[in-house]
Design a protein around this ligand. Structure first.
Ligand SMILES: [Fe+2]
Length: 346
């Protein structure tokens, strides 16, 4: 195999290409030849980008993923709508293409977030955007304004999510991503409460049929292997400033049109949603763990540190990324047209 950093500005990801045999068998054999060395390389670089191999569908993708981590999971308690392709491989997100997905490590709000995350470009989009950018959240921690970092580390983060119910309650909120029965795969409230205990969510059943989930988390955590500090929370994803803040930066990268328009629309929507409403009642909200408001400028500082560290590999058909979810984030640049990217995790 030939290996080199994909982007000279970042250790993330390590590009791995065939030096001869491009078969999935050859890649799997290379990954399994010295499992400890493979894990050490992934920990060091934070992500692999496997390019030029004969990954021709979800089964081949799953074989590559299992060669990195055999313990794939298929329980998902995030906010993105996803469809199953196989029992362990899902569409990365069914959110419309114009919708940006900001950088985040997967499911940071769980007591045991995934160790590994894998993406595969089954059908890359034509035209601009559509990347699944990566960012080294060890570097984000180091680059973040020290005052913001200290404040967030001292006070922690509290996430509030309000899910609509199976009768369609609350689903008129444009930021509503899915219903609680879809999220948990059941309408049995006792079963949902049991799952909430497992994941340290505090559930409240609302009179209007919605479900509120509250969880708290530290702003940063040491990496479980190296002990390096990693920025590790979902606050900037769930805050009302997310869409305007992301579209502003996307417009700078992809060109003004149509992203300045989306930025204005998102800003207007965020303003309208804030009018006379309790922010705790919105689809998503975030505060410090003690309930205090987080300054708006702090979210901009977090986004600045993240965007400074993003790398944007253009998808090529059959590309696979393997990510150390405890140090490296992922997201999605907006795009138009057809695109199919699959995900699995361990
Ligand atoms: Fe994600």
């Amino acid at each position: 195999m030939r290996t080199r950093p994909f982007d000279a500005r970042s250790a993330v990801p390590l590009l791995v290409e065939p030096d001869g045999d491009p078969s999935v068998d050859a890649l799997v054999a290379w990954l399994r030849a010295d499992p400890a060395a493979t894990q050490a390389l992934l920990t060091k670089h934070g992500a692999f980008l496997f390019r030029g191999f004969a990954v021709d569908g979800p089964d081949a993708f799953e074989r590559v993923a299992r060669a990195v981590d055999a313990d794939l999971q298929n329980n998902y308690l995030g906010t993105s709508p996803r469809d199953a392709i196989t029992p362990y491989v899902f569409t990365a997100s069914e959110l419309p293409g114009h919708y940006p997905i900001p950088q985040h490590p997967e499911m940071t709000f769980l007591p045991e977030p995934p160790r590994r995350l894998f993406f595969c470009a089954l059908r890359p989009n034509d035209g601009p955007g559509g990347e699944t950018p990566l960012a080294d959240f060890r570097a984000v921690y180091r680059d973040l304004d020290p005052d913001v970092r200290a404040r967030w580390e001292a006070r922690g983060v509290r996430i509030v999510r309000n899910y609509g119910g199976p009768e369609g309650q609350g689903t008129r909120d444009p930021r509503q991503l899915k219903r609680w029965d879809q999220m948990f795969g059941t309408t049995d409230r006792a079963e949902i409460e049991r799952i909430c205990v497992t994941h340290a969510f505090t559930p409240t059943w609302r009179d209007d049929g919605r479900l509120r989930l509250v969880s708290t988390q530290p702003a940063a955590q040491p990496h479980p292997v190296t002990g390096e500090m990693v920025w590790f929370n979902h606050a900037h994803v769930f805050h009302g400033s997310v869409a305007p803040g992301e579209y502003k930066r996307i417009a700078t990268r992809l060109g003004a049109w149509p992203w300045r328009g989306w930025q204005l629309a998102a800003t207007a929507l965020a303003f309208w949603q804030g009018l006379g409403r309790d922010p705790e009642d919105g689809a998503m909200h975030v505060t410090f763990a003690d309930g205090g408001a987080i300054p708006e400028a702090d979210f901009e500082a977090v986004r600045d540190a993240i965007w400074k560290n993003m790398v944007f590999p253009r998808w090529e058909r059959g590309d696979v990324t393997a990510i150390d979810n405890r140090s490296v984030s992922h997201g999605r640049m907006p795009y138009s047209g057809e695109r199919l990217v699959a995900v699995c995790w361990a």
